[in-house]
Ligand binder design. Structure first.
Ligand SMILES: Nc1ncnc2c1ncn2[C@@H]1O[C@H](COP(=O)(O)OP(=O)(O)OP(=O)(O)O)[C@@H](O)[C@H]1O
Length: 233
């Protein structure tokens, strides 16, 4: 579905990505872990078109998308959320859900049904008329997550979706993610919450200093000596 080949990107003297290769198959949940500054966000920015890679290519459903504009990647079905929340803070939860979806020209009824159902999944229905800025950071992150689902992307890239969560919200996120995955969504998730990412991912990719250290079975990757050292070192 999505394939990254020999992707490299540098900023001045910093090699943020070095020959990164991986593949995402339909309905997989890929977890990406790595220490701070290891290149995780750069990888997502390069896949979605914010950064142009120095080298390498990105393929989506057998189409080379390395050089196509950001909006076209979104139109093809690649959605995302950001590490820094990008909600319309003064608009209500409900307005936040509906506004991005307007571009899809779905019927108002369909959009409203979808928004209601998603809000229900993450237990935010009671806050639908509240301004987004009045929600806790964790609630805002859940809102950004389900808002991304309104765009009907086939694959959604999530950048630290549980950062700032109250511990009792993690399960809501996990349950929602798994439910959306059961319905056909594919996910790539950058996450520092190791227990959460271990629980949901079908494959784990560990990166350090811009390179893939190891990828594969989450248990094996997590307990690998090189991965443990990269985190602790
Ligand atoms: N726009 C930029 N300009 C210059 N350097 C950058 C830029 N973006 C990232 N970097 C550098 O590239 C490296 C990788 O950064 P990146 O944000 O991708 O790491 P990360 O793994 O997402 O980190 P974190 O877990 O802290 O979010 C870091 O050394 C960072 O300082």
């Amino acid at each position: 579905m999505l394939r990254v080949e020999n992707l490299s990107k540098h900023f001045g003297g910093t090699q943020a990505l070095k020959d990164v290769n991986f593949e995402v198959k339909p309905k997989e949940i890929i977890g990406i872990i790595g220490p701070n500054g290891s290149g995780k966000s750069t990888l997502l920015h390069t896949i979605t078109g914010i950064h142009k890679p120095d080298k390498g290519s990105i393929w989506y459903e057998d189409k080379n998308i390395t050089s196509i504009p950001l909006e076209d990647r979104a139109r093809l079905g690649i959605g995302r959320t950001f590490q820094n929340l990008r909600l319309f803070k003064r608009l209500t939860v409900w307005e936040n859900m509906l506004i991005p979806a307007i571009q899809l020209k779905k019927s108002k009824k369909d959009m409203e049904e979808q928004a209601s159902e998603l809000l229900n999944l993450v237990n935010l229905t009671h806050l639908k008329n509240e301004q987004a800025q009045n929600l806790s950071i964790g609630q805002q992150r859940l809102l950004e997550f389900i808002r991304a689902m309104m765009l009907d992307s086939k694959i959604v890239l999530l950048d630290e979706p549980t950062a700032g969560f109250h511990p009792n919200m993690i399960q809501t996120f996990i349950d929602t993610l798994l439910e959306l995955n059961r319905r056909g969504k594919t996910f790539v998730i950058i996450e520092h919450n190791i227990p959460a990412i271990m629980e949901v991912s079908t494959k784990l990719i560990a990166i350090a200093a811009g390179e893939v250290l190891m990828s594969g079975n989450p248990e094996e990757v997590h307990s690998d000596a090189k991965v443990v050292e990269a985190y602790l070192g």
